[in-house]
Design a protein around this ligand. Structure first.
Ligand SMILES: [Zn+2]
Length: 302
């Protein structure tokens, strides 16, 4: 009996010491290793984070595009061989497209982030939804196992990926919502009604139209992948009921592409062509009767 009592006391002591150590460890780890601790902006009392600034003409009837710089904060995205980080490249691209649009003065623009910070994928889409955006684009710079893979690709949403490469990419981009294997946001419950299905099909068609314009306006100035328009199941686009696309500006893992993306002339051409595609697309949406094969005419309409 005495032996058992001693043993029980000993085990309880070990347990208490363990609990005390863990408590002090978890409280102190943020102080000791600040870089290893993930800080997330948690939704406020309303359950949502603040909305970004809308820039451009102060006329609320002008169409609004929300531009999302992929990744950020503790999520660096893909890495280049020269140490480039996708999160920095995407922010640079987003700001360049915004500036090109503001210079045009036709549409209103908001960025989901304009600094190096982390946003959960669904928060990005939520910003576009709450601002009542007419178009959402998410900018990325891909990585591929093959370092020879090159060129830009426009992805639009689909339940099924158009090929295994697109599927692998979607899986990689979707992982940004996971921290240490823990899922940060639940997927929206799938509401399956005929109306929702029809609306989705319409959105899909319009998103693909936007993709066509990006490829057309990019022309030879922006080097595109041999299959420039693809479909995949991206979480960042999933909950939206507005036209959307995810543009991979190039492969950050490819030395030439990474070099292009650092070149101010390439950046100007890329952002200029994406801005033109956005303007034409939004003009088509405002004046559907005018939207013909030569949609350039629409942008010059009052
Ligand atoms: Zn990415």
């Amino acid at each position: 009996m005495t032996d058992r009592g001693t043993l029980a006391a000993f085990l309880a002591g070990v347990l208490l010491a363990g609990i005390a150590m863990w408590a002090s460890f978890s409280a102190g780890i943020a102080r000791v290793l600040p870089d290893q601790v993930v800080r997330l902006e948690m939704p406020g009392r309303q359950g949502r984070i603040g909305l970004p600034r809308v820039e451009g003409p102060p006329d609320a009837s002008r169409p609004l595009v929300v531009i999302d710089a992929g990744h950020g904060g503790h999520d660096p995205g893909a890495s280049g061989q020269g140490g480039e980080r996708e999160k920095n490249t995407t922010l640079m691209l987003a700001k360049a497209v915004r500036d090109a649009l503001l210079a045009g003065g036709r549409v209103r623009v908001a960025l989901t982030r304009d600094e190096d910070r982390f946003l959960v994928l669904e928060e990005r889409a939520d910003i576009a939804q709450r601002l009542g955006a007419d178009l959402f684009i998410s900018l990325h710079a891909d990585a591929a196992q093959s370092t020879t893979a090159r060129g830009a690709t426009v992805y639009t949403l689909s339940d099924k990926a158009s090929d295994s490469v697109a599927e692998a990419l979607a899986a990689r981009e979707n992982r940004a919502d996971t921290v240490n294997g823990v899922k940060l946001a639940d997927k929206n419950a799938v509401v399956s009604t005929i109306l929702v299905d029809l609306a989705r099909r319409d959105m899909r068609g319009r998103s693909q139209r936007f993709g066509e314009l990006v490829v057309r306006e990019g022309g030879d100035a922006v080097r595109f992948h041999e299959q420039p328009q693809r479909e995949a199941a991206f979480i960042v686009l999933k909950s939206l009921d507005l036209p959307s696309a995810l543009i991979e500006a190039g492969y950050i893992s490819n030395v030439e592409d990474a070099q292009s993306m650092r070149d101010p002339r390439w950046l100007e051409q890329f952002s200029g062509s994406v801005a033109r595609a956005i303007e034409i697309f939004l003009a088509e949406g405002q004046a559907p009767a005018l939207a013909g094969p030569d949609a350039n005419l629409v942008t010059s309409a009052p």
